[in-house]
Design a protein around this ligand. Sequence first.
Ligand SMILES: *Cc1c(COP(=O)(O)O)cnc(C)c1O
Length: 419
Amino acid sequence: MTKQIPFSKKQIEKIIEQTPTPFHIYDEKGIREYARKFNRTFSWNPGFKEFYAIKSAPNPYLMKIMREEGFGIDCSSMAELEIAEKLGMSGDEIMFTSNDTPAYEYKKAIDLGAIINLDDISHIEYLEKNVGLPDIVCFRYNPGSLKEGNTIIGHPEEAKYGFTREQLFEGYQMLLDKGVKRFGLHTMVASNELDSAYFVETAQILFDLIVELNQRLGIHIEFANLGGGIGIPYRPSDLPVDLDFMSRGIDKLYQEKIVANGLEPLRVYFESGRAMTGPFGFLVSKVLHIKKTYKQYAGLDSSMANLMRPALYGSYHHITVMGKEDQPYDQVYDVTGSLCENNDKFAINRNLPVMEPGDVVVIHDTGAHGHSMGFNYNGKLRSAELLLRENGQVVHIRRAETMDDYFATLDFEGLKDFK
Ligand SMILES: *Cc1c(COP(=O)(O)O)cnc(C)c1O
């Protein structure tokens, strides 16, 4: 029941001397190694690109590392586009996959030269009227009952995202009529999917469509964006997605469908978040209190404001009590935070070694959809983000929020005159 941690107890205690808990810490080496492996696995495809879904961990330092490894950025909001801009990213380094999008966000994305991925057929005219159509347009496909979803994203027919199959044909025809000449196709129907075959099947659906679109409309699709959703092994018993299997399967379909129909070149894209940084982030916290009532509780100095996934989805996050890895896991705890919400629990009925106040607790796999989902309910402040560099140095890549940050949107002076 162990999972790897890129630092020792002694190392983390030294870090805590400088930076009080709680904080998230990311492992640069792990991120770079996975990025290289991902790119290498798909190197058979000229133009292959992963656009990191920046919402997973919107920190420019992490993005800078991934950009060095050849990744683009996948944005879906104004703030995310601004991160891209501040990093000097532009053009086909940016995928803009948004939904229910306001015109000013489309404008920003187009100003940056981003690839625009439309979520709905009505957005063709909305975009044309409010901003103007860009050079290249991509559509997000929702395969409906053709594909099964999972618990995070739901069934495709119930999901708010994307075009129906009929709308795709209608939509590309509309683009053709309006003079657009360059096209892409996207889908994203799963989240945290661990079945490697699932992504091969997704590629099959898109490749088949690309062939049919070519036959019926005579258009050449330039890229197939297979979306995000690559799962990670949160539980020690989970197996990671087999990238080689996935890549071989997609390559085979590429030969059979794209090459055989003369539709080369087709660039394969992903916009994964979780797989790229999730396993390489850790929430470091300390035990504040041990409480024994009808159950046994280990209360931490962090809360669901630092990591919402267990409360939001009932997700499993592995927990290591530093220095007690080899002790018997013969206690049962609910590991809790301090919010006045009974679902503020990192784990329920978890087997762990005997814990005491002051123990350093590491919560695994918080590198994606961890800090970024943080919030301020109950007056909780967001924590710092640290980066463990490849050379062993630790740098602050985001400071912790202060009370001044929390109160920044209030005018206490104005309160004096408020009668
Ligand atoms: C959230 C999201 C992603 C990233 O999902 P992961 O599960 O983190 O890989 C990619 N694309 C879109 C459109 C998303 O909404």
